[in-house]
Design a protein around this ligand. Structure first.
Ligand code: NG6
Ligand code: CA
Length: 505
């Protein structure tokens, strides 16, 4: 009897041990959510109870970063473990761009596949599809997410403000009518669809002057780029998030018996902010605030599903954002007029597009009950590190000369260490380097402030040096006061820029 009992306990232990090694992993990626946009990060004008709950049950980072202050480069780095500024063509992509992720190199989802996971992406992609700009939207769309490591994909190609405004599931546009083929053009108008520039009276939300977003009108919203056809396939903005949520839940439900990796890339609070009717007006801060409430609700729905399916305990969830916040990013959606004292950037300077901290310092919460102790971590980490960190987690060696900018931060991620990176490069317009308590922004030509978005970009003719420990808001440029430190960081930045695969390791 004793023996049987021991065996049984042993079996449970192995089960539990195995479970701990192979949790499901869900990466929830917000779009343009700022450091100060969540109540668990200090927001008082907005309440985000579901993300707050994740934070209360997990580890909340206060110095965590995406690599870049815009979407495409941050996502490129997350996937490849390589700083995007090392490669040409990794800036914000148009909706008809070709795939920029190499299909023969390691990526984050491929690593999970190699570790025996079912992998899926649901949501915003923005890393290009196919081999060229001229592609057949009505045929098989490849290569794309499936070729870079996702067994299942349900995406929109670029951003919600760019055509084509359609979903792509695996290699095909969803709900495509062969009698109404889709055409996309970013140079010239095609088809008969009215465009925002000529027909503002057809818009349910006006574009902001000077920003563009005045080409093909879809669902009463002017977009970037021209599109014709695919009338039945076009999404309805108010339903977008529900569609993504349904697909994410379906993926979780399908693979609940297996370890799975789900990359769930939300569209909120990126423009055009057009939340579901249920959320319109709910925040009192205009549609940007409403979109954040919708995002929070979505996180809550995923958590509910995990509880109901019994997966909550053994699922590791990371919640983060791809770049800092912006108010007016192209539409007159009251994000400025209804701000009501909310501070999306928190105590930080800058925002989306900026080399100041609010450009890349973003919310980051990680929850894995029983393994990660709830708390707050000041460790400096980057999304570029997920590849090396999960490789360490799975005891796998990354291929030589790949993912070279990715550092193993597993101990920091799991809360076993408070130590993060020693050095980090941030990409706004200029690059910035962080080391210890210091931050240096390299000199760069260009406007100091973008007057359309009202964001300070960080461009200046001379280096800017900040001591973040006492000046988190980057108010005092002390480059002249500490010339040796300025020089040291300028040289270190230059050295890192020049590193190639060969001489780095
Ligand atoms: C900018 C767009 C902005 C947004 C951004 C991409 C203009 C003037 N502004 O170029 O509206 O689409 O690109 O955002 O076109 S991101 O989060 O996907 O990087
Ligand atoms: Ca973004």
């Amino acid at each position: 009897m004793k023996k049987i009992l021991a065996c049984f306990i042993g079996f449970l232990f192995i089960q539990d041990g195995f479970a701990q090694q192979r949790p499901n992993v869900i990466f929830i990626y917000a779009d343009d959510l700022g450091f100060g946009d969540l109540s668990c990060y200090g927001a008082t004008k907005l309440h985000t109870p579901n993300v707050d709950k994740l934070a209360a049950e997990g580890l909340r980072f206060t110095d965590a970063h995406c690599t870049s202050a815009t979407c495409t480069p941050s996502r490129y780095a997350l996937m490849t473990g390589q700083y995007p500024w090392r490669k040409q063509g990794t800036g914000v992509l148009p909706g008809d761009a070709a795939l920029i992720i190499p299909t023969d190199k390691i990526t984050l989802p491929k690593l999970f596949q190699q570790a025996g996971y079912q992998t899926g992406i649901v949501g915003k992609w923005h890393l290009g599809i196919g081999n060229s700009v001229n592609k057949e939207w009505n045929g098989e769309l490849t290569p794309g997410p499936n070729e870079t490591g996702f067994g299942y994909s349900f995406i929109f190609p670029a951003t919600a403000d760019r055509v084509p405004t359609v979903f792509v599931e695996n290699h095909h546009v969803v709900a495509l009518d062969s009698l109404d083929p889709i055409q996309v053009d970013y140079q010239n108008k095609i088809g008969d669809d009215p465009i925002g520039k000529d027909h503002p009276e057809l818009l349910k939300m006006r574009s902001s002057p000077g920003h563009g977003h005045d080409q093909t009108i879809v669902n009463g919203i002017g977009r970037i780029g021209y599109m014709s056809g695919g009338k039945k396939a076009r999404w309805v903005d108010e339903e977008l998030s529900f569609t993504f949520l349904a697909k994410a839940k379906q993926f979780i439900s399908t693979y609940q018996q297996k370890p799975f990796f789900l990359y769930f890339a939300l569209t909120e609070p990126h423009v055009p902010r057009m939340p579901a009717t249920l959320f319109k007006g709910k925040s009192g801060l205009g549609y940007r605030g409403d979109a954040i409430l919708q995002l929070d609700w979505t996180v809550g729905e995923i958590m509910k599903q995990l509880q109901e399916t019994g997966l909550a305990k053994n699922t590791l969830i990371i919640f983060s954002s791809d770049n800092g916040p912006v108010l007016d990013d192209g539409y007159q959606d009251e994000s400025v007029t209804q701000l009501n004292g909310h501070t999306p950037w928190g105590v930080l300077r800058g925002g989306k597009y900026s080399a100041y901290e609010a450009g890349t310092r973003i919310p980051w919460i990680i929850r894995w009950p029983g393994i990660i102790k709830p708390g707050v971590s000041k460790a400096m980490i980057s999304q570029i590190d997920l590849l090396a960190s999960f490789a360490a987690f799975f005891n796998k060696t990354l291929p030589a000369n790949e993912a070279l900018d990715s550092e193993n931060m597993l101990d920091a991620l799991l809360g076993r260490s408070l130590k993060g990176r020693e050095v980090l490069i941030e990409q706004g317009g200029p690059l910035a380097i962080r080391k210890g308590d210091w931050k240096l922004i390299e000199p760069r030509e260009g406007p100091f402030k973008n007057t359309l978005t009202n964001i300070e970009l960080g461009n200046m003719h001379a280096p800017q040096l900040f001591h973040l420990k006492e000046d988190i808001s980057e108010q005092y440029n002390v480059a002249d006061k500490y010339p040796a430190k300025t020089d040291e960081l300028m040289k270190l930045l230059q050295k890192i820029k020049e590193q190639t695969g060969k001489n780095k390791k």
